[in-house]
Structures are given as C-alpha cells and as structure tokens.
Design a protein around this ligand. Structure first.
Ligand SMILES: NC(=O)c1ccc[n+]([C@@H]2O[C@H](COP(=O)([O-])OP(=O)(O)OC[C@H]3O[C@@H](n4cnc5c(N)ncnc54)[C@H](O)[C@@H]3O)[C@@H](O)[C@H]2O)c1
Ligand SMILES: C[C@@H](CO)CCC[C@@H](C)[C@H]1CC[C@H]2[C@@H]3[C@H](O)C=C4C[C@@H](O)CC[C@]4(C)[C@H]3CC[C@]12C
Length: 414
C-alpha cells in the first residue's frame, strides 16, 4: 500500500525547503499556545487543502513529551492528513480537545510490546512515527523492561508495517546511540559521519542503539503488496521545551533549595540541546519527504539540531530557570569530581537498599554524572541538505516559550 496522490506539488502550499513549510506563523503572546490554537481554529487557507486530506498517520508514544508536540505539529503543519492515530500506554485528557478539528483523531490505548495491539493500530496507516519508548537513565525501571519496550516494541512496529503494508517508518532514536561513550570521550561539534567509538553499557543507550539498528536494517524490506519499506532514524540531542520533566525537576529542586542551584559541572563542558518544537518539526518533515526522497533518505540517520547555543547542561538550563527566579551558585563546581562520583555511587547503593520499600531515583548517579561531564555537541546540515529542514523556531522563540512554560509550572505549583 503506497501513499496515494501526487508528488510534492500535490501537497498544497507546504513544500519542503528552507523556511517554506510554515503554513501559518505562530501567534505571539499566547504563551506558546498560538500554533496549537491555530490548529483548533484553522485559518482560511486551511480550507483549500481539505480535499487533499488523504493520509493516515500513526504516532506511537503520542502522549509523551515529544509525542504530544509531534501530534500537535502534524495537525498544524500536515495538510494532507485525514486521520491521526495516537497510540500510547497512557492517553492524555488533552486529546479530547483535538477531536473537534477537521482531522479525525483516533486515540488508541496500547502497549508496543504487544505485537497484536501494534499491528491493529498500524493497519491502514501510510506513515508511522515511532516515538514511544522508555526513557530511563535513573534506574526507575529494570534493564529487561527497557529492552522489552525499546527493542521488542520497535521490532513489533517494524513487523506490523511489513505485515500490514505500511511503507514509511520514522523512528525517534537518540544522540545516545552515538555517545557519550563509556570512556567519556568528547564529541565536539560532530556530525553523522564523525568517527566516534560508540560503546555503551547502560541499558537505555544500548536499547536505543539496538532499536535504531533494527529500523535501519528494515529499510528496503518488502511490505504487504510488494513495495519496499522506507525507514529512517532521527537522533535528538537533549530535548528541552514545554513539558520537559527533567527541567521541571530541576526547577522544583531549586525552589526547595531557596531559589538556588549549585554548580556541579564545569561550564566548559558543552552539551547538545534542541528545542522540542524543532524536533517535532523535523519528524513531520521527514515523514512527509520519505516517499519523495526514498532513495536518498531511506536507511539514513539524522541528528536533530537547531540554533540553541552550546553550553553546559546546567548553564543551558539557567537560560530558562534564571528568568524564573533561580540562581546558579558558583563559577566552578562547588564539589570536587571525586566527591560527586562518591555521592553518585552512594545514590546507587541507596537505590538498591531502599528498593523493597520505595523507589529512590535521584538525578545524580554515575551515568548521569558522566553524561553531564562529557562534551557532546553536534554541528551538521544533513537534514537541510536531504529534506530542506530549517528550524521552525528560532533560539529566541524556543527560549521564550520554555520560560513561559516554566513560569506556568511555577504558577500551578503554588
Ligand atoms: N527527552 C529527550 O531528551 C530525548 C532525547 C533523545 C531521544 N529521545 C527519544 O524520544 C522518544 C520520546 O521521549 P520523551 O522524552 O518524549 O519520553 P516520554 O516518556 O515523555 O514519552 C514516551 C511515551 O512513550 C509511551 N510509552 C512508554 N512505554 C510504552 C509502551 N510500552 N507502549 C506504548 N507507549 C509507551 C509513554 O507512555 C510516553 O507517553 C523516546 O523514544 C526517547 O528515547 C528523547
Ligand atoms: C550532576 C547533575 C548536577 O546538576 C546534573 C545531572 C544532569 C543529568 C540528569 C542530565 C545530563 C545529560 C542529560 C541527558 C542528555 O540530555 C541526553 C539524553 C538523551 C535522551 O535520549 C534521553 C534523556 C537524556 C538521557 C538526558 C537525561 C538527563 C541527563 C543525564
């Protein structure tokens, strides 16, 4: 089953190309809700594309942090959408508001580890965007569960595409498929071809690497009907933006500490970050262009990037937490690295001791410390060259939106 209809020109005014794909500029002054409101109350131009609505998309993990942004971005930016299926273990109440729009929104409560549930959701979809995953570097879930969800879940998605005839699969991978590696070697302004020893031991990056490999190897497999499956993988660096749980955790930690956070990471260690709206936009563009540029894009990996500045993890967070009243104390780490490592190891011990009683999963553990202490930044234009990606949101917009969101978190916490 292929995608019906013509090529790029049949896709209304929204053709890929630097900056060309923004159907409507986001409305300023709505606290980040502008694009979403536009999708609920479409502008006149939207009506033109009504006849062209024929595609069925499935977003797995569509109720997660990234998934929700992908869902909303699709509704706003994909004029050919007829039905949007949202598959998630936990469905969010916000889905209800989407059901009043012109696109049929189908919420499916399901588990990617259950092959039959995945196959039922995939059947009849033209494109699958697979973002569902267990993101855990804090020891909340067992390595087996992480593997089951991230690897077997991805295998189930691939097999469902093959069995039901879905031809286009976009997988949300991660920078962690590359690194930082166990040796803590820096990856400085690297691109998709930069040589780097990608060796991992932690269950999360291991699972993402295995899943990505499955997706890339599946490119070219014949699906029901005999046509080839076209796959590719997107590798976001650390995502930030509205809904980012770890940012929320840092914010609350700062409030508990009297409006202060204490520097633990040298300011010179740079960490790659990318705004969630731009990551979502990249997914939408890739999904749209896979059919037209299958030979070029099939089996490829793309880092997700934008114009967010290169900074240390903590300094970057302060771009948002600072304007919300928090202060980062110290120009250098206040504790020596060996002591942090000791505390991190102690946290692991405590987690193990307390496990029968409660889940103790603090931000600091040897793995997160190593990640935060290792430079990992990307500098690439592969996505622009291959499918015309340009960030939809400037750094200033991304920053403003994130600050507004943290302020709203603050408001709701009081
Ligand atoms: N957050 C980041 O910084 C980041 C960076 C790079 C890559 N990623 C990847 O992006 C994807 C989304 O991450 P996120 O940060 O939005 O995480 P998230 O936890 O907010 O979202 C994941 C979603 O997947 C769903 N899910 C989990 N297990 C499932 C299952 N068994 N069946 C169906 N749905 C299930 C969850 O309910 C959740 O809604 C993940 O694949 C992650 O590996 C995230
Ligand atoms: C030592 C602490 C003092 O303040 C700082 C700890 C920071 C860590 C909690 C985070 C540092 C790097 C983050 C990860 C990175 O941004 C990339 C990721 C890839 C993605 O696929 C999932 C999320 C994450 C692992 C992200 C998690 C949090 C950090 C380890």
């Amino acid at each position: 089953m292929g995608r019906e209809g013509g090529g790029a020109s049949g896709r209304g005014p929204c053709v890929a190309g630097p900056g060309a794909c923004r159907r409507q500029p986001p409305v300023a002054g709505l606290g980040g809700l502008g694009p979403w409101l536009q999708c609920l109350f479409p502008q006149p131009g939207m009506a033109d594309s009504a006849q062209a609505q024929k595609l069925v998309y499935l977003v797995t993990g569509g109720c997660g942090f990234l998934g929700e942004h992908v869902v909303r971005m699709l509704l706003q930016q994909e004029p050919q959408l007829r039905e949007l299926r949202i598959f998630d273990l936990h469905l969010g109440p916000w889905l209800e508001e989407l059901k009043t729009g012109p696109v049929q929104v189908t919420a499916i409560q399901g588990d990617v580890t259950q092959a039959h549930e995945v196959a039922a959701a995939v059947a009849g979809a033209h494109v699958v965007i697979h973002t569902a995953g267990l993101v855990d570097v804090f020891g909340k879930t067992s390595p087996e569960t992480i593997h089951e969800v991230n690897v077997q879940g991805t295998r189930n998605v691939i097999e469902a595409c093959v069995q039901t005839g879905t031809r286009f699969l976009v997988y949300t991978s991660s920078m962690e498929v590359v690194g930082p590696n166990i040796k803590g070697q820096p990856f400085y302004r690297g691109n998709e071809n930069t040589p780097y020893e990608a060796v991992h031991r932690h269950p999360y990056p291991c699972s993402k690497a295995l899943a990505e490999q499955l997706v890339l190897e599946a490119n070219g497999r014949k699906v029901l009907g005999g046509l080839p499956l076209v796959t590719c993988a997107l590798r976001p660096t650390g995502i930030y933006g509205e809904g980012h749980q770890i940012m929320r955790d840092f914010y609350h930690q700062g409030l508990r500490l009297g409006g202060r956070l204490f520097r633990a990471i040298p300011a010179s260690v740079e960490h790659g970050r990318v705004y969630v709206g731009n990551v979502a936009w990249m997914h939408v563009l890739v999904a749209r262009e896979l059919e037209h540029r299958a030979a070029l894009m099939g089996g490829q990996v793309y880092f997700c990037y934008d114009n967010s500045p290169y900074k240390s993890y903590e300094d970057f967070n302060m771009e948002f937490l600072g304007p919300c009243g928090l202060r980062l104390v110290g120009t250098r780490p206040l504790l020596p690295y060996w002591l942090l490592l000791f505390l991190a190891a102690l946290n692991v011990l405590l987690q193990w001791l307390l496990r029968p009683l409660l889940l103790y999963a603090p931000l600091l553990n040897p793995y997160t410390l190593a990640m935060a202490n290792t430079t990992f930044t990307v500098s690439t234009d592969k996505a622009r060259r291959h499918f015309g990606y340009e960030p939809l949101f400037s750094w200033e917009e991304s920053r403003t939106r994130t600050i507004r969101w943290v302020q709203a978190v603050e408001g709701s916490a009081q």
